[in-house]
Design a protein around this ligand. Structure first.
Ligand code: ADP
Ligand code: ADP
Length: 232
């Protein structure tokens, strides 16, 4: 379970302070797909980056399974980032490494032995539907395929939570549908909790159980997708 309590994030810049997040509160239950929707500049990226503590909140709590991440030391946060992984709009793959090596990287960092990590990578390649692309380089893949590699890499450390930051925003509608289907499959098969950041209503409506609407750093509405976006 993810519990965000009274979360605030203020950036100090040369031209003044920006209150990017103001008193954010919400809870994501285990196994849910939770959407956070808002316009550009609303604070979505800052929020998702606070959930895995890439960005340190100014105040408030980020609890995952009752552990408040804001109280942890940097070395403890390294372990958390294996439990709470992320995919991005721009995929962030290493272009000089092939698909297998990209997916294997987090396993290397985690100190997993070669034989075990090879087996894990093979399973992940099958899971994301890239069984025949292990030796391909990112430049040889379509956008949809690149995001599949990023998803496999994010799953390599067997996380509890997958954070998706505008993960389908660079993809065409058909490919977006396929990637969302894969994310839903993973959520169901592996029981991974998913948080999806997006500016696209269609993404929320197609796979999210619950949604929070964020505007100017504040949550203005939240609840079940079926209730919030029900036709009047
Ligand atoms: P979104 O992801 O919804 O587009 P962001 O979280 O990127 O929104 O940004 C929210 C607000 O915080 C914006 O006003 C943005 O300019 C500001 N912001 C984000 N990151 C920084 C930063 N590192 N320094 C200063 N301001 C920032
Ligand atoms: P998908 O729908 O799975 O994303 P596409 O139908 O777009 O795949 O692409 C089919 C094939 O074309 C892919 O196997 C890939 O090798 C190649 N391809 C597609 N886009 C690009 C690209 N931008 N650069 C290089 N190869 C590409």
């Amino acid at each position: 379970m993810i519990e965000i309590k009274n979360l605030n994030k203020t950036f100090k810049t040369e031209v003044g302070t920006v209150e990017a997040l103001k008193n954010i509160n919400f809870t994501v239950e285990d196994g849910e797909i939770y959407g956070i929707i808002g316009m550009s500049g609303a604070g979505k990226s800052t929020l998702v980056r606070c959930i895995n503590m890439i960005e340190k909140p100014t105040s408030g709590e980020v609890r995952i399974d009752d552990v408040d991440l804001t109280k942890l030391q940097d070395w403890q946060l390294r372990n958390i980032r294996r439990d709470v992984t992320m995919i991005f709009q721009s995929f962030n793959l290493l272009m000089q490494k092939n698909v297998r090596d990209n997916i294997e990287l987090p396993l290397k960092f985690a100190g997993v032995n070669k034989k075990k990590s090879r087996k894990t990578v093979n399973e992940l390649l099958e899971l994301v539907g890239l069984g025949d692309k292990a030796s391909a380089y990112p430049a040889q893949l379509s956008g949809g395929q690149r995001q599949r590699v990023a998803i496999a890499r994010a799953l390599a450390t067997n996380p509890k939570v997958l954070l998706c930051d505008e993960a389908t925003s660079a993809l065409d509608p058909k490919t977006t549908g396929q990637i969302l289907e894969l994310i839903r499959d993973i959520n169901k098969k592996l029981g991974i909790t998913v948080v999806i950041i997006t500016h696209q209503m269609s993404v929320v409506q197609s796979i999210c159980d619950k949604v929070a609407i964020i505007d100017h750093g504040e949550i203005v509405e939240r609840g079940k997708v079926s209730e919030i976006f029900a036709n009047p």
